[in-house]
Design a protein around this ligand. Structure first.
Ligand code: NAD
Length: 500
């Protein structure tokens, strides 16, 4: 059975894809695009078009923002008791779990990802994250403070309150379409904001389904709107809209800068979660087998299409060969196939365009003289499958070391001295994540503060928690998703000064 048959089996009973064309969700209802244009949604395992979603234009975005503005101003959402917002978000998380089969099938169909990952991350962690953020609805607070106002007469009472920032424009990428959408939507709604979400043009289906589930949960119409389309049209209209008071963006650094400039033009608040080129440093006391398992997970999980992927590996020379041999063994043993096949451990890249991009990086590494340890080519005859690939003896100026590949391509190099390894790890425009592999606590505690990264793991890589803020230093962005920092970023602090 091919992936399309398997997905149909799993989508049985779902009305969602009964029509080939799936409209935007605006003001609580499905809307055909005013643009009159549609974009194909393609299954990357078969390269067959499975649906069409709106190719929205500025007029579609205008209608969606107007809907979110009305919902914000009517106080239908922000005026609810926080406990009622919390309850509705809980309901949404229950519906996500109840529709786990359908949502994970849609996720695999549009992105190629393994069913196990779709269930565990996009659906499972996504639903848990909604519950985590639901709890914040009742816990946002201001401060009262003793003041030193020198004006005699009245008694001065001073305090701060947190208020929802307003309409949020959320723009997300294709690698974890539902999970990252929820990273924006859940804290924004917990804080009392309303949202216009624009998913990636490659992966719009789960965002649209989410908006229908939000309506089913009882979240008022207009609170969560989803407008599909290309970045240069729908995305550009959303970031330029003066009615949007906060932009929350996850994607590439190049587009993130465009979003940041647009936000400043309107003085909208912004959070930018951008690209990465995350290093892993393996010290001489580490256990090579444990390291190989962890780094394989860091670079081959979801075919390396992970912003925090451990794409640069620096290993103490005493362990270098051993770690590379074990990593190569793991890479060669991975079962490559459709995301719908329960036996698959490694699926296709998400699109033909991305397949070509990753292949181009592999060729550049070969041309620049890196040693190919394993992989380095197409994995299956049909579909967007590339082999898990390891390059050894890479040098700092190679493209595969400097630029984000966003695929299953590891660049490894040995080191002799830890100072050399720290300098190499920090020698990157990016600063999203890093990992350190050592059993020496003293080394760990001394090195963690010196790594230029928003997230540092010790003896692990790619492990996230709803409460642990995620975000980058340097060109990896500004602001944080997840945790308290995320929900607070959807609020304004208002100071109140009262003469009584
Ligand atoms: P991308 O930047 O090409 O697109 C991201 C989103 O921005 C898409 O929805 C796209 O349509 C939209 N967009 C594109 N041009 C736009 C414009 N001019 N105006 C407004 N919106 C526009 O990124 P991608 O290829 O979808 O995703 C991969 C990138 O995302 C990688 O760089 C990866 O590191 C990054 N990422 C970062 C994190 C994180 O948490 N830091 C998480 C996941 C992915």
């Amino acid at each position: 059975m091919n992936s399309l048959d398997l997905s149909r089996q799993q989508l049985q009973g779902s009305q969602f894809l009964s029509e080939r064309r799936v409209g935007n969700v605006i003001d609580g209802a499905s809307r055909l695009p005013l643009s009159g244009r549609w974009l194909p949604v393609t299954d990357p395992a078969t390269e067959v078009v499975v649906a069409e979603a709106p190719d929205s234009n500025a007029a579609d975005v205008e209608v969606a923002v107007a809907s979110a503005q009305r919902a914000f101003e009517s106080a239908a959402w922000r005026g609810l008791r926080p406990a009622d917002r919390e309850k509705l978000l809980f309901k949404l998380s229950e519906l996500i779990e109840r529709h786990a089969d359908e949502l994970s099938a849609l996720e695999t169909l549009q992105s190629g990802k393994l069913q196990g990952i779709a269930r565990m991350i996009d659906v499972g962690s996504g639903a848990e994250f909604v519950r985590y953020m639901a709890g914040w609805a009742t816990k946002l607070e201001g401060q009262t403070l003793d003041n030193s106002i020198p004006i005699p007469g009245p008694q001065w009472v001073t305090y701060t309150r947190r208020e929802p920032v307003g309409v949020v424009g959320a723009i997300v990428p294709w690698n974890f379409p539902l999970a990252i959408a929820l990273w924006k939507v859940a804290p924004a709604l917990a804080a009392g904001c309303t949202v216009v979400l624009k998913p990636s043009e490659d992966t719009p289906l789960t965002a649209l389904r989410l908006a229908h589930l939000a309506i089913e949960a009882g979240i008022p119409e207009g609170v969560l709107n989803v407008v599909c389309g290309r970045g240069a049209t729908a995305g550009a209209a959303l970031i330029a809209h003066p009615g949007v008071r906060k932009l929350s963006f996850t994607g590439s650094t190049a587009v993130g800068k465009v979003v940041g400039h647009a936000a400043v033009d309107n003085m909208a608040r912004f959070t930018l979660e951008l690209g990465g080129k995350s290093p892993a440093i393996v010290m001489e006391d580490a256990d090579p087998s444990h390291v190989a398992q962890g780094i394989a997970m860091g670079i081959f999980f979801h075919q390396g299409q992970v912003c925090t992927a451990s794409s640069r590996l620096f290993v103490h020379r005493s362990l270098y060969r051993r770690v590379l041999d074990e990593l190569a063994g793991i890479a060669q043993g991975m079962k490559i196939g459709s995301g719908f096949d329960a036996a698959s451990q490694f699926g296709p890249l998400t699109s033909k365009v991305h397949f070509d991009r990753v292949t181009n990086y592999i060729e550049s590494a070969k041309a620049e003289g890196a040693t190919l340890v394993t992989g380095g080519g197409r994995a299956l005859e049909a579909g967007c499958f590339v082999q898990p690939t390891i390059f050894a003896d890479t040098t700092p100026h190679m493209r595969v070391v400097r630029e984000e590949v966003f695929g299953p391509v590891l660049a490894a190099a040995p080191f002799d001295d830890i100072e050399e390894a720290i300098a190499a790890a920090n020698d990157s425009p990016y600063g999203l994540a890093a990992s350190l592999w050592t059993n020496n606590l003293s080394h760990a505690n001394r090195i963690v503060p010196r790594l230029q990264a928003g997230m540092v793991w010790v003896n692990a890589h790619n492990v996230l928690d709803a409460g642990l803020p995620l975000g980058g230093m340097k060109q990896s962005g500004t602001g944080r998703d997840l945790g308290r920092a995320a929900v607070e970023s959807f609020t304004e602090v208002k100071s109140v000064c009262m003469a009584v």
